[in-house]
Design a protein around this ligand. Structure first.
Ligand code: BG6
Length: 514
């Protein structure tokens, strides 16, 4: 279907880093209707031609094969237009309306890639000049507010002008192929689902590590921090995806109803759990991938005595029948040792061991979100590898019959024959979805844009989900406003402050690192 997409914040970072490259990919994949018009909106005066040139230059920063060749960009650019607009000026909205009416299309999409404090202003103006018609959809970027109160205010204003089915709240993690695969894994296969529950699972870890710092977003990040930027939305949406009950069908509300139940069952914070189960940190200078980088407080736009966190690790639980008592550990940080996002399901040890297994290991299902997109199932098997020569065994140890690669301390064999069978070897079933399905699959933003165009709400967040997520993080935000909530420094290029290891170890677990 042909459409007009109005991109508020049309010259901003998000527009040229994510949205326009994704629209370009849709053009390449021939899923962008040739008569669709994309209208960039920003404050400065500019011609259509100047906007096309600007975007063309910016898109040269896109990495690898996704970077447009000049001939194909020239074709794509014919669909780009520009309209200057001061977002506080009613007359500018009239001019925008006139521009849209010159080339009517059956569908209009208003994409708000602006600072969130402008969302209500834009919606009010769109309403006032009659640009909130029934054939209009509105796409709202995160973060939607700074806390529960501001989130409610934004949602209430938007709902004055648009109905819930017209509102597309983005959490781009839901658009990632790996996250959609998670739904497929759980609800399109019969054998994983019965295992995902308290009887079989020891703990679940959601680890979102980035090597990048805050780049040019100092001013934004100072107001945001890792809890609002990554935990309140991305990490909690992943938690929902792994912990929710099977929805009754694949309709948006069936899925969102189940996610909402998870968010509402998050264990409320107490003074004790706020102190013991959360660690916040801030990166200092260090080495990331061999490169020296500065500390957070030396970044531009950041206050020298900033108390903003760039790292959060926390432990929570779900107060429901399926998951009661199973710890969920969430960890995210910038300037970490590696770029890695994964969900790790650690299963319980066998109830009655008759084999030996390497100390501290158990079955694991790892869902790799990025940079690798895949899944690994860690099992134990009786290996047939050649025996380790006796000369290589450490002193004070012997080789166990049938357990070729493991030397067992002599003391542990006293009183043999042992009731335990041979030592098993860890083995891995490893699926690489990039290899299987190709790495040029539809990316997160492209997927979400195509869904917004098609009116599919499945991968967008409903207002009640957002509120439940804000309600849960609010006590943490309030606690951090007090003087006695510690903020631990960590060197860039590490895995965050050591207190996060202490926190998880106090429950008898450890972070999955490999
Ligand atoms: C955004 C955050 O929502 O997600 C950024 O604002 C973060 O700070 C980004 O870097 C991470 O997304 P991705 O897709 O690169 O993991």
């Amino acid at each position: 279907m042909s459409f007009q997409l109005v991109l508020f914040g049309g010259t901003g970072d998000l527009a040229w880093r994510k949205i326009l490259p994704s629209l370009f990919q849709a053009y390449r994949h021939k899923t962008l209707p040739v008569d669709a018009r994309i209208i960039g909106v920003a404050r400065e005066q500019m011609s259509n031609e100047a906007f096309r040139t600007l975007i063309g230059e910016r898109l040269q920063n896109v990495e690898g094969e996704k970077r447009p060749q000049s001939a194909e960009f020239k074709e794509f650019a014919k669909q780009l237009y520009y309209q200057a607009c001061d977002l506080n000026n009613a007359l500018d909205y009239d001019a925008l309306k006139q521009k849209l009416e010159e080339h009517p299309a059956p569908l209009r999409i208003m994409y708000l890639a602006t600072a969130p404090h402008l969302f209500t202003t834009v919606c009010e103006h769109l309403g006032a000049c009659g640009l909130n018609t029934e054939n209009t959809r509105i796409v709202l970027e995160k973060p939607l507010g700074q806390n529960l109160k501001t989130n409610r205010e934004i949602n209430a204003t938007v709902k004055n002008f648009f109905s819930e089915k017209q509102i597309f709240r983005i959490d781009h993690y839901l658009g990632k192929p790996s996250v959609q695969n998670l739904f497929a894994l759980r609800f399109g296969n019969s054998f994983f689902e019965p295992l995902l529950r308290r009887d079989t699972v020891s703990n679940i870890q959601i680890i979102l590590s980035e090597q990048i710092g805050i780049g040019t977003r100092g001013a934004f990040y100072e107001q945001t921090g890792a809890l609002r930027d990554m935990i309140q939305n991305h990490a909690l949406q992943l938690l929902c995806a792994i912990a929710m009950e099977p929805p009754i069908n694949a309709h948006a509300d069936a899925i969102r109803d189940e996610k909402l139940k998870v968010l509402r069952s998050l264990k409320p914070w107490s003074a004790e759990s706020l102190r013991n189960n959360i660690v916040r940190g801030q990166y200092s200078a260090g080495l990331v991938a061999g490169e020296a980088v500065k500390g957070y407080t030396q970044e531009s736009g950041v206050a020298p005595a900033s108390q903003t966190e760039t790292f959060v690790a926390l432990k929570t639980e779900l107060n429901n029948w399926r998951w009661a008592g199973v710890p969920f550990y969430l960890r995210t940080g910038k300037r970490m040792a590696e770029h890695d996002a994964r969900i790790v399901i650690n299963f319980r040890a066998t109830p009655h061991p008759i084999f030996r297994t390497p100390l501290g290991t158990a079955n694991q299902l790892v869902i790799h979100l990025q940079p690798k997109d895949g899944m690994a199932l860690h099992l134990f098997a009786q290996g047939q590898a050649p025996a380790q020569p006796a000369s290589e065994a450490p002193p004070n140890s012997t080789l166990v019959q049938g357990s070729p690669q493991v030397a067992v301390p002599l003391g542990s064999l006293v009183g043999s024959p042992s009731p335990l069978g041979p030592m098993l070897s860890p083995v891995q079933l490893d699926l690489d979805f990039d290899k299987r399905f190709g790495s040029d699959r539809v990316g997160a933003y492209e997927r979400l844009l195509l869904d917004a165009i098609a009116g599919r709400l499945n991968l967008f967040v409903r207002s009640d989900e957002q509120e439940a997520a804000w309600a849960w993080v609010e006590p943490i935000l309030l606690d951090w406003e007090t003087e006695d909530a510690p903020l631990y420094p960590y060197a860039s290029g590490t895995r965050g402050p050591s207190q996060s290891n202490v926190m998880i170890a106090s429950s008898g677990h450890h972070w999955d690192e490999d």
